[in-house]
Write a protein that binds this ligand. Structure first.
Ligand SMILES: NC(=O)c1ccc[n+]([C@@H]2O[C@H](COP(=O)([O-])OP(=O)(O)OC[C@H]3O[C@@H](n4cnc5c(N)ncnc54)[C@H](OP(=O)(O)O)[C@@H]3O)[C@@H](O)[C@H]2O)c1
Length: 330
């Protein structure tokens, strides 16, 4: 694709979006980002990055935001909310809002890429990784809201040239989501909810950014959905052991009964409600963590987009730990 015009990125101030912007800049793209007046722009200080202001759920001014835009990467989303309705408001209705704006500019938009989630499909129930052919069966409000976002895009597939990317859990520098796990291992505890050994897909934010741009720039991605993930699957134990080695700790495996985990999550939700903040853990996260596996196959992305995992787990964990150390978090 030519480099004329702009790529438009929502969620650019967040973990996934900021790595995506870094990758787009490396590739010489001019990037326009939707940000809010309250957004922290610290990862976006670059002359080729410009801004339009607004929120997905409070009437962004789309009138000129998408002028000269050829590719939209819709990354913004709520991953941790206090109320289920917040997930639907942002992940479903917010996606409808930007799809509506994109339709008005469809004569110059070559690709609309939605960042969905493995959660939209649900866990890998029979032990084998889910594929793009697996019937979605999300198990949490977050997962359902992401699936509804996908449906908002699929409904206009004949009008808007779109592709959907579904990452599993993402890790890397700037992430808050998996940080609690690092903290726990650094304190010598490897927590596990329930007794099953869990198979996981994980993706480093840099690999994900590359996969997203492949979906945005490849001719093959038109109307397609892709898991962008690690090519290998891991067990929780394996990840914990590697991380303990990197942190120079001996981590003792502690199995937390599900009922206790739900009780702790309920208490965390109560505290968060009083402080008016999202909780560190909630009952949905416990539901997620109690599943037997969250594994997906990247076979389609490898075959159709030429995607390749570049960051091995050990290197990814090690640089993430280093980043947390530099922030003084570990
Ligand atoms: N992290 C993961 O493990 C993971 C896994 C699978 C899928 N995903 C998907 O990847 C996307 C990004 O996740 P992330 O981990 O990067 O989350 P994040 O760090 O929390 O970033 C969320 C981004 O969305 C923006 N945003 C939230 N609500 C918005 C609204 N109402 N209007 C406009 N912008 C809004 C935030 O802007 P502000 O800076 O203004 O708050 C921020 O830029 C989400 O769609 C998520 O579902 C993430």
């Amino acid at each position: 694709m030519s480099e004329d015009g702009f790529v438009f990125v929502t969620g650019a101030t967040g973990f996934v979006g900021s790595h995506l912007v870094d990758h787009l800049i490396e590739k010489g793209r001019r990037v326009r980002c939707l940000v809010r007046r309250t957004s922290n722009l610290k990862y976006l200080e670059h002359p080729d990055v410009s801004f339009v202001y607004g929120g997905l759920d409070d009437g962004a001014d789309w009138s000129s935001a998408l002028d000269d835009v050829h590719t939209i990467y819709h990354v913004a989303g709520l991953t941790f909310a206090r109320r289920a309705s917040d997930y639907y408001r942002v992940n479903h209705k917010g996606t409808e809002a930007i799809v509506g704006a994109a339709l008005k500019h469809r004569n110059h938009i070559r690709r609309f890429v939605l960042i969905s989630s493995l959660a939209a499909v649900g866990p890998s129930r029979n032990g084998s990784p889910v594929t793009e052919e697996t019937e979605p069966s999300p198990i949490t409000p977050y997962g359902r809201s992401k699936l509804m976002g996908e449906e908002a895009v699929s409904m206009v597939k004949d009008l808007l040239p779109a592709a959907i990317v579904r990452p599993p859990a993402v890790y890397g520098p700037r992430d808050y989501g998996i940080y609690e796990f690092f903290k726990s291992i650094s304190r010598g505890i490897s927590p596990q909810i329930g007794r099953y050994e869990k198979k996981l897909s994980l993706v480093h934010a840099r690999d994900l950014a590359e996969g997203i741009v492949l979906a945005g720039e490849s001719e093959a991605s038109l109307g397609r959905t892709y898991f962008i993930s690690s090519e290998e699957l891991y067990t929780m134990q394996e990840v914990a052991n590697q991380l303990a080695k990197i942190l120079g700790r001996r981590a003792r495996s502690v199995t937390i009964p599900k009922s206790l985990a739900y009780a702790v999550a309920l208490a965390a939700e109560g505290v968060a409600a009083i402080l008016n903040k999202p909780p560190v853990i909630n009952r949905d996260k416990v539901t997620d963590l109690s599943q037997r596996g969250w594994a997906c196959s990247v076979e389609r992305a490898v075959r159709e987009l030429g995607y390749k995992q570049k960051v091995p787990l050990e290197k990814g964990l090690s640089e993430t730990a280093e980043w947390y150390r530099k922030q003084g978090w570990l």
